[in-house]
Design a protein around this ligand. Structure first.
Ligand code: FBP
Length: 559
């Protein structure tokens, strides 16, 4: 149903007028763009196994686009389907808008449909035609509500078969899957299946996730990371100011980011709180949960001695899976829950569930499980998503840390080694940032990704991800092209089985962003060097409205 503009806020009305900028190469429409093919590619790891699994789509070259006449595109009429998959990320609607505009500008007769509710929409053949009449109300907006999203994994032979049938019923020539690493793994598998079945249908992926962990040399960032981290930074900045004003609380802030700690690192740069935990560092240093707690306690004591019984600490939600002992526990639990799904689902009480898993754990792991606060233990046993991931967004790690830190400080107090006051407040910022109105960067980036995807599929590429490079430069200078999906894959254990998946990009401890953080963290710990970035700005000085992430700046500028 078409929404009325009268239901829009003043900012929504103004924002609807924003015209995303396109990279120079795409600016004159796709009939003026030609393809340059690079050399054959290899997967990031496990070449043999990936090649075997992707016999029809392995090794495809990276392609880049440059200006030139491409008359062939105009003559074709295509029907394209788009699906939004996984967690929401700011800018999803602009991917649809860019794709729609790219298709229509090339040939007015091209059409776009949107599968509803994520990949399950493909399986149920539930879709809606994308029309300008409705799309105009979603341009430059946050959320995925135009066609919604879902986390269904297409992996069984029957599911592949119904995907093929439903794409054929709708006479769809190409499918665009907007998703993170798991959803783009789905895209790669569907592309391979359709090719093996001799179906002349293209599948293109779009890199989406606020987590920022879908990246490599070509995918410099996934969309949504920019806006989400700006929103979290506003909130954390406000907390820092409150902490510094009241001077009586330690704020433990958990931030979304299922595996990698990119969000936390970026928010750390933007707000400079007293402690920033980075999961990847904890893993590299093989730290136990008590090591992590002791490090926090050390800073709390130092600040307390300086008369500062307050501070702000950032905790990435994925940190829990980086603590080696917990990582082992979660991965063993994943296997136990996958192997005993039916039996486990019949258990009602938490105690029965705990006993059921403890019986199947090693002595070391069952002791660890028993030592965890019962709320946390039950969160560890929550249902896995269809990709086999534990729901870290539901594990209250910040509360676990508060409990353990308080206990440690109490012990130290008894030994006269600490005489400060420790009062704590916990926060979790996750869902607050995923549907925000996209920043100018994300609005432009997503629009370009969609437009660029149209270029890839109109040229018959399949098993590719749409990429836009040089993102730390002005939009005009962005480079466009396509990256073979199997090139990004490796083999990982999921739900107890080895599976091909797109490799996640974790925080690189040798990379510039992390090194920059290490240079500064001791100062941030003891002093109040807090920054207050304020809300995302859409209008005003370009230095602010066009600002990219610190992560992108450190990673891609030659300083
Ligand atoms: P994607 O990887 O699908 O983009 O989702 C990322 C994320 O936002 C994580 O940060 C978070 O842990 C998870 O989704 C939450 O999932 P759900 O929306 O199913 O609660």
């Amino acid at each position: 149903m078409k929404k009325k503009q009268s239901n829009f806020s003043e900012l929504q009305i103004e924002r609807a007028k924003f015209k995303p900028l396109l990279p120079e190469v795409l600016k004159n429409g796709l009939n003026s763009v030609v393809v340059v093919k690079g050399k054959p590619t290899k997967s990031v790891a496990d070449h043999g196994k990936i090649k075997e699994l992707f016999q029809h789509t392995y090794g495809l070259p990276i392609v880049t686009f440059k200006k030139g006449k491409n008359k062939a595109l105009k003559k074709k009429t295509v029907k394209v389907a788009v699906v939004l998959s996984g967690g929401q990320a700011p800018g999803g609607h602009n991917v649809i808008a860019g794709l729609f505009d790219g298709l229509k500008k090339t040939n007015k007769k091209n059409t776009l449909i949107g599968y509803l509710g994520g990949p399950s929409g493909i399986l149920k053949n539930k879709y809606q035609e994308i029309t300008e009449n409705i799309l105009c109300d979603y341009r430059n907006t946050g959320g995925f509500d135009y066609i919604q999203s879902g986390r269904t994994k297409i992996e069984d032979p029957e599911q592949f078969c119904s995907t093929k049938e439903n794409l054929s019923i709708c006479a769809v020539d190409a499918l665009v899957i907007v998703g993170g690493d798991d959803s783009n793994t789905n895209a790669a598998m569907i592309a391979e299946y359709l090719k093996a079945e001799n179906m002349d249908k293209c599948v293109i992926g779009i890199p989406k996730t606020i987590d920022g962990d879908l990246k490599n040399k070509y995918i410099e960032t996934s969309f949504g990371f920019d806006t989400a981290t700006k929103i979290y930074s506003e909130l954390v900045g406000n907390i820092c100011r409150d902490a510094n004003s009241a001077r009586k609380y330690w704020h433990f802030v958990r931030l979304m980011g299922r595996s990698a700690s990119h969000i936390t690192l970026e928010v750390g740069f933007k707000t400079q709180p007293n402690i920033v935990l980075i999961g990847e560092e904890i893993l590299a240093k093989n730290m136990t949960l008590s090591n992590v707690v002791n490090n926090i306690v050390e800073v709390i004591i130092k600040r307390s001695k300086a008369g500062k019984d307050f501070g702000v600490i950032l905790v990435p939600e994925g940190v829990i899976e980086f603590i080696p002992e917990i990582k082992e526990l979660i991965s063993t639990l994943n296997d136990i829950l996958a192997e005993n799904k039916d039996e486990f689902s019949k258990l009602c009480s938490m105690e029965d569930k705990k006993q059921f898993v403890c019986k199947r754990l090693s002595k070391k792991l069952s002791t660890l499980m028993a030592e965890l606060p019962s709320g946390i233990a039950s969160q560890f046993m929550s249902e896995r998503d269809p990709h086999g991931n534990v729901a870290v967004s539901l594990i209250e790690t910040e509360k676990l840390l508060i409990e353990m830190v308080s206990k440690k400080l109490l012990e130290l107090k008894k030994e006269n080694k600490y005489n400060g006051k420790f009062a704590s407040i916990s926060h979790f910022f996750g869902y607050e940032g995923r549907c925000g109105m996209p920043s100018n960067f994300d609005a432009n980036y997503t629009y370009a990704l969609g437009y660029n995807a149209a270029m890839l599929l109109l040229n018959g590429f399949t098993g590719y991800m749409s990429y836009i490079k040089n993102l730390s430069l002005s939009t005009k200078e962005w480079e466009c092209g396509g990256l073979s999906l199997p090139m990004m894959m490796n083999i990982e254990k999921r739900s107890g089985k080895e599976k091909p998946v797109i490799q996640k990009a974790l925080v690189d401890l040798k990379g510039k962003p992390f090194r920059e953080f290490v240079k500064n963290r001791n100062k941030w710990a003891l002093n109040e060097e807090y920054l207050f970035p304020g809300p995302v700005q859409y209008f005003g000085p370009k230095d602010i409205t066009e600002m990219t992430t610190k992560t992108l700046q450190y990673e891609h500028t030659k300083k």
